[in-house]
Each structure stands twice: as C-alpha cells, then as structure tokens.
Design a protein around this ligand. Structure first.
Ligand code: NAD
Length: 328
C-alpha cells in the first residue's frame, strides 16, 4: 500500500512524508520542485511532475499501487493570489480537478486535503469551530474553500472520500533540524522574525499595535509542523477505516500575539528582533485561533507542542541553515 503525497517536497509535506516513512508507510512524492526541495525528502521516492498531468498521475498510481493521497500541492501566497488570481484558480482548483480525475481513473478513492483556516475569513467568534461560516476574504482562501466543495462533489458523484484539514498557522521545524521552512518563499511571521533576529532583513514590521488584544497586536494560532504532520497520519487512518468526508480544524486552541512571537524569539535566541510598529493592514483579523475539539474527538488528534517548541525548533533550523536547502 502506497500513499501518494503531492507537494511532498514542500514545507509541511516534507515533515509529513518523514513521519509516514518513520511509521513504515511506503510513500511516493509528486512535486514540480517549483517551490520544494529534493533534499527535504531525505531520500523518499520522488516523481517530478504536475498534479494537472492526468496521464502521469494515473500511471503513477497504477505503478506504485497507490491507495491514498495526501494533497499539499498548491500555491499559498495570499497577496500574490489577489494580484494573479488565475494562477491560483488554475493550480489550486483546476489542478485538484485534474488530480481527482486521475485518482478515480486509477481507482483511488481516499484523499487528505490541505485546507486553511483562511476559509473562515474574519471569524465572528473565537475559538473558531468547523460550524463557523465559510467566508473567504482572498482568492487564495476561496481556492481552498472551493476545492473543499469540489472534493465534496466528487464524493457525491464518484464516491471519493476526502478529509479537509483546515490548518492554522504552520510554524517550526523538525526537532533534529534536518528539515524546516524555506524562508525565501515565506511571508509568515515566524521565519520573518528569525530573519530579523539574524540580521538578514530590515526590521520586522508589526501591522498595528492598537488592536483590542492583551498587547495591542494581532493574535494567531501557531501550530508546530510536526503536530500538523501527525494530523495527516490520523486523517489517513480515519479514511482507511472507511469513514467519510469531513473537515477538521488543526490548531492548538491557543492564540499568541505578534509581540508574544517576538519576545519568545528574543528569549530563546538570545538576540534582539528589530521591529517597528506600522499601520494596521487591511483584512487582518484581530484574533483567530482554533477550537480543535472535533479533531480530538473524531481523529484522536491534539497538538503536543506550543509556541516554545515552535520558536526553539525554528531558531535552531534557520540559524544553522541560513540559506535553507542548498540546491534547487
Ligand atoms: N504553511 C501554512 O501555514 C499553511 C496554512 C494553511 C494551508 N496551507 C496549505 O498547505 C499546503 C502546503 O503548504 P506548504 O507551506 O508546505 O507550502 P510549500 O509551498 O512549501 O509546498 C507546496 C509544494 O507543492 C509543490 N507544488 C505546487 N504546485 C504543484 C503542482 N501543480 N504539482 C506538483 N507540485 C506542486 C511545490 O513545488 C511545493 O513543493 C498548501 O496547499 C497550502 O496552501 C499551508
């Protein structure tokens, strides 16, 4: 039994591939390597190619005896999605339609999909449950919400079973610093804070310090990438047990502010994180963090790590790999 991991050479994919292999699951990765790295696979089998290539994916599933898929492959830059929406509709949505067609042609009917808490837009109530209204506020978020629905329709029409994991803010790196996030591609707060601490970027801009939070800065739910990876293994087990389509929040349930991230980074790295306060950014929710209780009740999953482990592992990774993965 083989699990196909699309986008497995990327940040979250590579941590999931590693955990799957550590528990003895045979894995094959499909990745264009546009934004991923062969080195991140630590020797896992890789097919370089595009999820939109129906003939390739069908053949790959048949050759490797694929039974389940974890589908990470997508673009994820919110700002870019507003400037180049077609890029996101084509890769994230149409790409998944092609992938689903190939899976069905090869008789594969189980998929775990990388969704995002951004499908909730600015949530009316926190912590956010899966019952919250889906109201995307960017093309990227809409591409995730639409893909969830597309997969749901493949369930209704063809029996595809899909678990959508709505990730909160993925962060951190492996505890042995072998794999981590490539900060060249990431706009996320944790790698940006690391860059600022290492002095390889100008001061970090904090967008707004007059929000109604404990220190005036926005609050997010940072989830360690190894905890996220673990959620995928449990979602695959859920599907293997014959369970059906569902969506789960994957977060810690704890909110941390921008200043919490900065002060934890300063404490654990022993360095200053130069930062400056600038005006609020349009569309930033004040506070969003998960109610992850459904994932615990149904998948038996809960986060083991918090901000300390996230910052400690991220610092260890970035300070020892200032150029990320060396080859492209
Ligand atoms: N990082 C986060 O905080 C976060 C939060 C919510 C959701 N997500 C979602 O999780 C998934 C993985 O995120 P990540 O942070 O690991 O991103 P990433 O960019 O590191 O990884 C994505 C991988 O997919 C590959 N890829 C892209 N399009 C492809 C295609 N058409 N065919 C084959 N490979 C392709 C890229 O080369 C890359 O290796 C994405 O779908 C993203 O939208 C991420």
């Amino acid at each position: 039994m083989t699990v196909l991991v699309t986008g497995g050479a990327g940040y979250i994919g590579s941590h999931t591939v590693r955990q799957l292999r550590e528990r003895g699951t045979h894995v094959v990765v499909l990745d264009t390597l546009e934004l991923g790295y062969r080195e991140a696979l630590l020797g896992a089998e890789l097919v370089v190619g595009d999820i939109a290539d129906i003939a390739l994916v069908t053949q790959l599933c048949r050759t490797y005896g694929v039974r389940q898929v974890v589908h990470f492959a997508a673009y994820k830059n919110v700002g870019e999605s507003m400037l180049q929406p077609a890029k996101y509709w084509l890769n994230n949505v149409t790409g998944t339609v092609h992938l689903a067609e190939a899976l069905l042609a090869a008789g594969v009917d189980q998929i775990v999909f990388s969704s995002s808490c951004s499908v909730y837009g600015t949530p009316e109530v926190v912590p956010v449950t899966e019952a919250a209204v889906v109201q995307p506020e960017s093309v990227y978020a809409e591409s995730k919400a639409t893909t969830e629905r597309v997969l749901g329709w493949y369930g209704a029409t063809h029996g595809l079973r899909a678990v959508s994991l709505r990730y909160f803010n993925a962060a951190g790196a492996s505890f042995d610093s072998q794999i981590g996030e490539d900060w060249a591609h990431s706009q996320n707060l944790v790698p940006v804070a690391m860059k600022a601490a290492l002095g390889v970027r100008p001061p970090l801009q904090v967008f707004g310090n007059d929000y109604p939070t404990h220190d005036g800065t926005c609050i997010r739910d940072y989830i360690h990438v190894d905890d996220l990876a673990d959620a995928h293994l449990r979602a695959l087990d859920h599907l293997a047990a014959g369970k059906g389509t569902a969506a789960f929040n994957v977060g810690t349930g704890v909110g941390s502010s921008v200043l919490d991230v900065i002060s934890t980074t300063e404490r654990l790295s022993g360095r200053k994180v130069p930062h400056e306060f600038v005006a609020r950014r349009a569309g930033d929710p004040v506070s969003t963090f998960a109610d992850p209780s459904r994932a615990f009740e149904v998948l038996g999953w809960q986060a083991r790590y918090g901000l300390e482990e996230i910052i400690a592992t991220a610092w260890q990774w970035h300070s020892t790999h200032p150029d990320g993965y060396v080859s492209r």
